[in-house]
Design a protein around this ligand. Structure first.
Ligand SMILES: [Zn+2]
Length: 319
């Protein structure tokens, strides 16, 4: 049976790329998101994968462009639907949010076909995601520095919680943040439709980060193998899980220097960072409120009072 996504159309054993129309630009040109359909020669599940939901998060499209050439439809059981770049307008200007409506795409799901620019793009991509049995929404910690991790956003009381955890374990970044996300995330809206969904956060960088992209490629192939799109088995590895997330801002203005590296364990009272003057005098020392793992840090050293500095994953266990 032929599978279609936008203008991409592939029969069994075929792959095709095309465009998924989501409206027009300000000059009236049609906007088509780049899409790919991989229709396996054998039947099986459907995986939906998307990247660049946030316009400055490019590692996901780095993963997509390495995964797709390695997929041989003759060897695949099932179907893979891919939107390579979701946030068209933000991507064009290399910004996080869609500049047309100043909205974060991952707060707009499941979207609205008659709504704002972001809501319409969310609705169109959500329709594609809704055709799948599994969803991967490839993100990263924007331009901050962050661990490679996978987020389970449905919340612990959701009926699909275990399925989402399994998908996160199969992806296998090593770290999982298991915390209910804000409204409007694809990783919350799709589980409500009965589709296990994860939000792999592939590090954080300006542009592309080779290590995180490789981790993402590996994760996608792990998922394809674990869920029988590809032959073989994956050895599921124990994941370090954070069940909470503390964010730290700066108590005053100055230059931040970190006392810990990403991935370091911290205990309550450990110094996380100091804020210093341009002449090296310490203005403030900020310590951890709870034990956990240093998960994410700002990239630039300069901060104003109250500005975001870092996050610690807390309530750590493993599964
Ligand atoms: Zn994101």
């Amino acid at each position: 049976m032929t599978t279609t996504l936008g203008t991409a159309s592939a029969g069994p054993g075929e792959i095709d790329t095309g465009r998924l129309e989501v409206g027009e630009t300000r000059d009236g040109s049609p906007i088509g998101l780049p899409v790919a359909v991989i229709n396996g020669a054998q039947s099986g599940k459907t995986l939906y994968m998307q990247a660049v939901s946030d316009g400055d998060e490019l590692n996901g499209v780095g993963v997509v462009q390495r995964v797709v050439p390695r997929l041989d439809p003759a060897e695949i059981s099932g179907t893979i639907l891919i939107v390579g770049i979701v946030n068209y307008h933000a991507f064009q200007v290399a910004e996080h949010r869609n500049p047309i409506d100043d909205t974060k795409m991952n707060r707009a799901y499941p979207g609205n076909g008659n709504g704002t620019s972001s809501e319409r793009i969310a609705a169109t991509t959500f329709e594609a995601a809704s055709r799948a049995d599994l969803v991967l929404d490839l993100h990263q910690g924007s331009t901050s520095r962050m661990l490679n991790e996978v987020r389970v956003r449905c919340g612990k009381r959701h009926r699909l919680h275990q399925d989402c955890l399994e998908l996160a374990k199969a992806f296998g970044c090593g770290y999982v943040l298991d915390q209910k996300g804000p409204d409007g995330q694809l990783a919350r809206a799709a589980p409500d439709e009965g589709i296990p969904t994860i939000d792999p956060e592939l590090g954080g960088c300006v542009g592309w980060d080779e290590t995180s992209i490789r981790k993402g490629v590996e994760g996608v192939f792990n998922v394809l193998t674990h869920y029988d799109f590809l032959e073989g088995t994956v050895e599921l590895e124990r994941q370090t899980r954070a069940n909470g997330f503390d964010q730290y801002g700066s108590p005053n203005g100055g230059l931040v220097s970190f006392a810990k590296d990403l991935g370091d364990r911290v205990v309550r009272g450990d110094t996380l960072f100091e804020v210093t003057t341009p002449f090296g005098e310490t203005k403030a020392t900020v310590t951890a409120d709870n034990e956990g793992i240093l998960w994410r840090t700002r990239r630039l050293p300069q901060v104003a009072t109250g500005e975001y500095v870092c996050s610690v994953g807390t309530d750590i266990d493993s599964y």
